[in-house]
Design a protein around this ligand. Structure first.
Ligand code: SF4
Length: 234
């Protein structure tokens, strides 16, 4: 079972991919300030128990960690210690987060101590790939997943591809979106295929250009259209 676990909420825009951040968009619609970072009421979610003393979330649960913030944001440095304790306690479950702050990972934890925590890193354009890949890929993580989402331009991964285990690509969702060119996606897929790196086209985003033609993709079709784009994910 997959469970969203937002232990804290709020973030600061870090790079080009944050321009239309869904946390900011959602908060704006209800007049909330996304730059205020606070612990949520679900902070202890992984270790909550039922009346009989067993865990509410059974062994094997996959916790999607910190999807309304960044797990490595500075404001959470004290709170993170408690979350890491819970991750250790729930060694029978897995935790997955995506960060734009790979430079902070080793300040916050020793990845070897958390084999049930997978940390992926977003690199939305060439500039951020060149900046973050050498940091992220040399941290010593068990699994190294590069997330190019929202993909903003073609990205040449050749300098570091030998160190990458998996690449996920996707477009941008929302009202104001930047266009995803399907040629960029195909190029990433080719780079992955050549080196035996796992590839996943996660979602098309709201606007995609295919063979020079622009398509608007409704929200409820963005994942399914991406899944149909290739016979396999290579
Ligand atoms: S790092 Fe993620 S959560 Fe934070 S502002 Fe950027 S897109 Fe939003």
């Amino acid at each position: 079972m997959e469970v969203t676990y937002n232990c804290w909420h709020g973030c600061h825009k870090k790079s080009e991919g944050c321009l239309h951040c869904y946390v900011y968009r959602r908060d704006e619609s209800i007049g909330k300030d996304s730059s205020y970072v606070y612990k949520t009421k679900n902070f202890d979610l992984p270790v909550r128990k039922k009346k009989d003393g067993s865990y509410k979330y059974e062994a094997g649960t996959e916790f999607m960690l910190c999807f309304s913030s960044d797990f490595f944001i500075e404001e959470a440095d004290e709170w993170r210690k408690d979350v890491l304790r819970m991750i250790r306690e729930r060694s029978d479950c897995s935790f997955f987060c995506i960060t734009k702050r790979p430079e902070r990972i080793l300040n916050c934890l020793d990845p070897q101590e958390y084999p049930n925590l997978d940390i992926a890193c977003t690199m939305e354009n060439q500039k951020r790939f060149d900046e973050r890949a050498p940091i992220y890929l040399n941290i010593g993580l068990n699994k190294k997943t590069v997330v190019i989402e929202p993909m903003l331009e073609a990205v040449d991964m050749s300098a570091y591809i030998d160190k990458i285990d998996a690449v996920t690509v996707g477009g941008e969702s929302g009202e104001e979106v930047r266009i995803l060119d399907f040629e960029w996606v195909k190029d990433i897929r080719s780079q992955c295929k050549e080196k035996g790196v796992a590839f996943h086209f996660h979602q098309t985003g709201a606007r995609i250009r295919v063979n020079g033609r622009l398509y608007d993709i409704p929200r409820n079709k963005q994942h399914s259209q991406a899944a149909k784009a290739f016979k396999d994910q290579y």
